[in-house]
Structures are given as structure tokens and as C-alpha cells.
Write a protein that binds this ligand. Structure first.
Ligand code: MG
Length: 107
């Protein structure tokens, strides 16, 4: 399934709301806490089986790629929830990064 970032944002938010992951009373800080948890799950998956993916007994997909997907899905949901244009922000930031040399990489 291919989709644009805007479509991802819309679909992710729609699913988050319809499945009860987001509600009108949730605060920005709790969304960020959830995002932080999803990032931590990437590390947990890596420690468990490195870069391999697997299915849990209930068929749930697991692994680093799946947990990274959770991070992207949640970030898109958060952006959608607050009416932020994630696609425009990604384009702007990627363009900015092209001209930016990371000081830590220079040694
Ligand atoms: Mg996860």
C-alpha cells in the first residue's frame, strides 16, 4: 500500500480515533509520552532479535521495522490531531538538512 504523507497522517489519525487511542481530552504531553514509549519499543525489539521481524503467538507483527512503523504512525497521528502539516514540515526539514553538516561527524 503506497500513500502520501498526508494520506498517512489522515489514515493514522482516523484509526487512532476510531480505536480509542486518541480522545478529545488527551493532552499533548501524554501524546509525547506515548511516542517516547514507542521509540523505546524499537530498542526492546532490537535487543530481543536484532533486525529480524517475527509474529507473536496472537499473530501480532513484531520487530524493529514494525516498532519504527509505530513511531511513524503515532507521529503522523499526533500531527493530524493538532492540524499540523507533517508533509510540509518533512520537506522543509529535509531541505534544511541537506546544507547542514553534523558537527559530531567531523571528528
Ligand atoms: Mg510499538
Amino acid at each position: 500500500m503506497k500513500m502520501t504523507i498526508s494520506e498517512l497522517q489522515e489514515s493514522a489519525l482516523s484509526t487512532a480515533i476510531s480505536t480509542g487511542r486518541f480522545d478529545a481530552f488527551e493532552q499533548f504531553e501524554s501524546h509525547l509520552a506515548h511516542l517516547h514509549c514507542e521509540v523505546a519499543e524499537v530498542g526492546q525489539a532490537y535487543r530481543a532479535r536484532r533486525l529480524d521481524g517475527w509474529k507473536a503467538q496472537d499473530g501480532k507483527p513484531e520487530g524493529v521495522a514494525v516498532e519504527l512503523a509505530d513511531v511513524v504512525i503515532l507521529a503522523a497521528s499526533i500531527a493530524g490531531f493538532y492540524g499540523l502539516d507533517l508533509s510540509a514540515a518533512i520537506s522543509e526539514k529535509m531541505e534544511y538538512n541537506k546544507g547542514r553538516i553534523c558537527e559530531e561527524m567531523r571528528g
